[in-house]
Write a protein that binds this ligand. Structure first.
Ligand code: C2G
Length: 764
C-alpha cells in the first residue's frame, strides 16, 4: 500500500466531510487506505454507507484533541506514506497520482502539497483551478488511461501507465525540491500539518508524534522536529490540497477561530517544546524570530494586551525561555531591541511599558495618516461625536448602501412627509446627488438633506439621529448608542439561501457570518413581507422573532395604489413608446462570477437579436441588472428595442411600466406578483445555482407562479403564447399570491410607522 490518509473527524458540518470523502473516491490513483478517526459515532456509518473506499474506522474513547486523533491514525497506518487530511478539506483528483510520480522521480522523506484556501464548494473550486488538469482535447485520452489505472494494476504495469501520462505531457508533475534550510525560510507558512505527506518509515525512525498535551498547536513540535531531521522536501507548484476557509465562526468555528484565552500561551508552549527538540541552529533562529514577531505584532496589538499586566506574566516567561535557547544570532530592528532584550533578561514590566508606548504611537500614526480617512472618521465617531446628544426628531435613510433613492426606506420617508409634515428632519444617504431631482421629490418647506456615505456628515448623522432606516447592513464597525433605533427593512423576500442557512459563503469575506451576526444584533426591528420571510429571518439571521415586524413590505404599497396615467407618465419618462408592451428582464447576480470583491460580472445569455426579430413589433425590453453588477451592457445595436435601466433609482417604476417580467433567482418576482402580471423564469444555470452556489428555500420546479425556461427560444415562444400561459399558471399564481403577497394591502408603511415611530415618540 502506498498511501495512508489519516482523517481526524471532529464536530463539523457533515456536508464538508462527505465532500472530503468524495474527493478521495475520485482519486485517479487508488492504492491507498483511509484511517478515519472519530469520537462521536452518530452519523459515522451513514457517511460510509455506500463508499467504495478502503477504510478503517478508529474510535477514540474520550473526546480529546486533534493530536490524539492524528497519533491514533498514524499508529494504525500501513501505507509507505502518510497524508494528514482534515475532515472538512478535500483533494484534487490528481493529488495522489502526482505524488506517486514525485516519489518515483526523486527520493525525499517529506512532500508538501500546495494548499489553496477556498470558500467555494468542490466543483466550483476545481473548475476555477484547472491547472492540474490539461487542455480539454487531452482529457479523453486522460480518461482512457485513468480507466486502466484501477487498483488491480500493480508494480511495473502501473508505473508504466503513470509514466505514459507524464511523458506524453498529459499531466505535469510540477514540483520544486527544497533543501532543509531553504524550506525553513518559509517557516511561518509551514506550521500547519495539512497538505504534508510523510514517509512513514521516517516518522517511525525519528519517533515523531503530535504533542497531545497541546490542544491547539500539537502539530507545531511535530513539524519543527520534522524540519530538523529532514534532508529535503518536495513542494508541488500546483494546488492539490484544498483547505476550506470557515466563515461561520458563530456556529462552526475552526480551531483557529475558537475564542480561547490561552491561545497565545499555547502557541508559545508549542514553539518552545519544538525548539527544545531541535538542534539545527538555523531552524532555531527562524522559530525564535517567529516568536518575537508574534509578540511584537500579534500579542502587543491585541485587546487583551493593555488590559492587565499580571495576566501577561506567564506569556513573558515562555517567551523568555524561548529567547534563551541557542540559535544563530538574530538581528532586530532598533525600535524593537529594548523590548526583546528586556524580556530576555526577565525585565517584563519594562518590556510591557515600551511595547505599550510603541503600540500607542503606532495607533496615533495610523490615525493621522491621510489615506486612512475612513478609519479616522470611525474613531472620531466612536470617541467624539458619540458624546453629542441624540436628535430626537431626526431620521436617517439609506437604500442599497447609498446607491439609490428607493425601496422601503423611500416608502417610509414619503409616508412621514405626507402624514407627519414638519415633524421630522430627514437625512438621505445618497452617493450621487444627480440621481434625484430634489425639487421634484422633496416637498417645499420640509427639512430634507442629502449626504454621502462615509463623509464627515455621514458619521455625524449616523451617530446623532434617533432613527436609522436602512435596507442592507450598516458598516460593521459602526458604533451605535443605546438610545438610537435602527429599523432594518431588508431588501426582498428570500429565495436564495441566506447567511446562516448557507453552507459556505462563496466569494464572501471570511468574516461575513460573524459580522452579519454582530450587525443584526444592533437592529431594533426587522421588517418581513410575509410569514415565510419571518421564519427564514429567524433561522438565517438568527434574529429574535419578537423583533420582526411581519407587516407586508412598505416598498410594495405603491404597487397597490397607482393610476393608469401614472403608468403612462413613467413610460414617457423612460422614453418608451406608449403603444409598445414592455418586458422587464431583471436577473440577479452569481456568487462565482466577479471581477473583484463587490464587483460582479454578468454575461447576457438572453438572445436579444432573437427577441427583437420575433417580438420587436409588439414589445420593447428593459434590462435591469442587479446593483452588484459592474459590467455595462452595450445595447447600441438594439436602439428602440432594448433599454438599459440598471442605474434607474427605483425598480417599482419599472414594475409598473412593464407588462411581464423575466427573472431568474432574484427576489423581484415576489414583489412583482402583487401586480398579477405574468412572470417567466429564465434559469439557464439553475443546476449551478441550486447545487453549488446557494440553494433555494422554495421548490423552484413546483412553487413558482410561472415556467422555468432554459433557452432564448423557449422565452420567445412563451411570450408569443403569453395568454395561454397565464391561464395555465392561474392556480399556481393564486396560491403563490396568497402565501407571499397577501399582507401587501397598501398599508404596510402605516403599520410600520405606528409601531416604530409613533410608539417610541409617545414613550420619549
Ligand atoms: N433588484 C433590482 N434589480 C435587479 C435585481 C434586484 O433592483 N436586477 C433589487 C430588488 O429590489 C430586489 C433586491 O434588489 O428585491 C434584492 O435583489 P436579489 O436579486 O433578490 O438579490 P440579493 O441582493 O442577493 O438579495 O432576501 C432577499 C435576498 O437578500 C436577496
Amino acid at each position: 500500500m502506498l498511501f495512508s490518509i489519516v482523517i481526524p473527524f471532529k464536530e463539523t458540518n457533515i456536508e464538508y466531510t462527505k465532500n472530503c470523502l468524495k474527493s478521495l473516491e475520485e482519486q485517479h490513483f487508488k492504492d491507498f487506505e483511509v484511517l478515519f478517526v472519530y469520537h462521536d459515532p452518530t452519523q459515522i456509518n451513514y457517511l460510509f454507507e455506500e463508499t467504495i473506499l478502503n477504510y478503517q474506522l478508529i474510535q477514540i474513547d474520550t473526546a480529546s484533541n486533534v493530536s490524539v486523533f492524528r497519533n491514533k491514525g498514524l499508529a494504525e497506518a500501513r501505507g509507505e506514506y502518510v497524508l494528514f487530511l482534515d475532515s472538512d478539506d478535500f483533494l484534487h483528483p490528481n493529488t495522489l497520482i502526482y505524488t506517486k510520480k514525485m516519489i518515483d522521480n526523486e527520493y525525499s522523506e517529506v512532500i508538501r502539497l500546495k494548499v489553496k484556501g477556498t470558500r467555494f464548494d468542490k466543483k466550483t473550486t476545481l473548475n476555477k483551478n484547472n491547472q492540474a488538469f490539461y487542455k480539454d482535447d487531452t482529457s479523453a485520452k486522460l480518461d482512457r488511461i485513468f480507466d486502466r489505472l484501477d487498483i488491480n494494476i500493480e508494480g511495473e504495469k502501473q508505473t508504466k501507465l503513470i509514466n505514459e501520462l507524464f511523458e506524453e505531457d498529459l499531466l505535469n508533475a510540477n514540483y520544486k525540491l527544497k533543501t532543509q534550510n531553504k524550506f525553513m525560510r518559509t517557516l511561518s507558512r509551514s506550521l500547519k500539518v495539512h497538505g504534508f505527506i510523510f514517509q512513514r518509515q521516517f516518522l517511525v525512525e525519528n519517533e515523531l508524534l503530535f504533542d497531545e498535551s497541546n490542544d491547539l498547536y500539537g502539530e507545531i513540535p511535530f513539524l519543527l522536529q520534522t524540519y530538523n531531521e529532514v534532508l529535503s522536501i518536495q513542494e508541488t507548484t500546483v494546488s492539490l490540497y484544498y483547505k476550506l476557509l470557515h466563515n461561520d465562526s458563530i456556529n462552526y468555528p475552526s480551531l483557529s477561530q475558537e475564542i480561547r484565552e490561552d491561545r497565545f500561551l499555547q502557541f508559545y508552549r508549542a514553539l518552545k517544546v519544538g525548539l527544545l527538540a531541535v538542534d539545527n541552529l538555523t531552524i532555531a533562529k527562524q522559530v525564535k524570530r517567529k516568536a518575537i514577531n508574534y509578540y511584537l505584532y500579534t500579542i502587543a496589538k491585541s485587546n487583551s494586551f493593555s488590559a492587565e499586566f499580571n495576566k501577561l506574566i506567564p506569556l513573558y516567561q515562555e517567551l523568555q525561555e524561548i529567547l534563551n535557547i541557542d540559535s544563530e544570532p538574530i538581528k532586530l530592528a532598533r525600535r524593537h531591541n529594548v523590548e526583546i532584550a528586556s524580556i530576555k533578561r526577565g525585565k517584563f514590566k519594562r518590556a510591557y511599558f515600551f511595547s505599550k508606548a510603541r503600540v500607542t504611537l503606532y495607533q496615533i500614526a495610523r490615525f493621522l495618516k491621510p489615506k486612512n480617512k475612513k478609519s479616522r472618521r470611525r474613531a472620531v465617531q466612536r470617541f467624539i461625536i458619540s458624546k453629542l446628544p441624540i436628535r430626537q426628531n431626526t431620521v436617517l435613510y439609506e437604500s442599497f448602501l447609498g446607491k439609490n433613492y428607493s425601496d422601503s426606506p423611500k416608502a417610509i420617508f414619503k409616508y412621514l412627509l405626507a402624514n407627519q409634515s414638519g415633524e421630522w428632519r430627514h437625512i438621505w444617504v445618497i452617493n450621487d446627488k444627480d440621481l434625484i431631482n430634489e425639487e421634484k421629490e422633496f416637498q417645499q418647506g420640509e427639512h430634507v438633506k442629502v449626504i454621502k456615505r462615509f463623509s464627515w456628515k455621514y458619521f455625524y448623522y449616523v451617530t446623532v439621529s434617533k432613527y436609522f432606516v436602512l435596507n442592507m447592513r450598516q458598516p460593521p464597525t459602526l458604533y451605535k448608542k443605546d438610545e438610537q433605533i435602527i429599523l432594518s427593512t431588508w431588501h426582498g423576500t428570500p429565495l436564495k439561501r441566506l447567511v446562516f442557512d448557507m453552507e459556505n459563503v462563496a466569494s464572501a469575506n471570511p468574516k461575513y457570518k460573524s459580522d452579519f451576526y454582530q450587525q443584526s444584533r444592533d437592529w431594533d426591528y426587522l421588517i418581513a413581507a410575509n410569514k415565510y420571510s419571518e421564519s427564514i429571518f429567524e433561522s438565517a439571521f438568527m434574529y429574535p422573532r419578537e423583533q420582526i415586524l411581519t407587516y407586508g413590505y412598505p416598498r410594495n404599497d405603491v404597487l397597490m395604489n397607482f393610476s393608469d396615467t401614472y403608468k403612462e407618465q413613467i413610460k414617457t419618462t423612460l422614453g418608451i413608446p406608449l403603444e409598445k408592451k414592455v418586458i422587464l428582464y431583471a436577473p440577479t447576480w452569481r456568487d462565482d462570477e466577479y471581477h473583484k470583491v463587490g464587483k460582479y460580472k454578468f454575461n447576457l445569455t438572453l438572445d436579444l437579436n432573437r427577441l427583437e426579430e420575433e417580438l420587436g413589433d409588439e414589445y420593447v425590453i428593459i434590462l435591469r441588472m442587479h446593483y452588484f453588477i459592474s459590467d455595462n451592457i452595450d445595447l447600441s445595436e438594439f436602439e428602440g428595442f432594448a433599454y438599459d435601466y440598471s442605474k434607474y433609482n427605483d425598480i417599482n417604476d419599472l414594475y409598473i411600466a412593464s407588462d411581464l417580467l423575466i427573472t431568474d433567482y432574484s427576489s423581484v418576482f415576489f414583489d412583482f406578483a402583487n401586480l398579477r402580471k405574468p412572470i417567466l423564469f429564465f434559469t439557464y444555470d439553475i443546476d449551478k445555482y441550486r447545487d453549488m452556489l446557494r440553494g433555494f428555500y422554495i421548490d423552484m420546479e413546483k412553487d413558482l407562479p410561472g415556467p422555468l425556461l432554459y433557452t432564448s427560444e423557449e422565452v420567445v415562444n412563451s411570450i408569443k403564447n403569453i395568454d395561454q400561459l397565464e391561464q395555465e399558471y392561474a392556480d399556481k399564481y393564486n396560491d403563490f399570491y396568497n402565501i407571499y403577497c397577501s399582507l401587501d394591502d397598501g398599508y404596510a408603511t402605516e403599520r410600520v410607522v405606528k409601531q416604530v415611530f409613533d410608539s417610541s415618540k409617545s414613550g420619549k
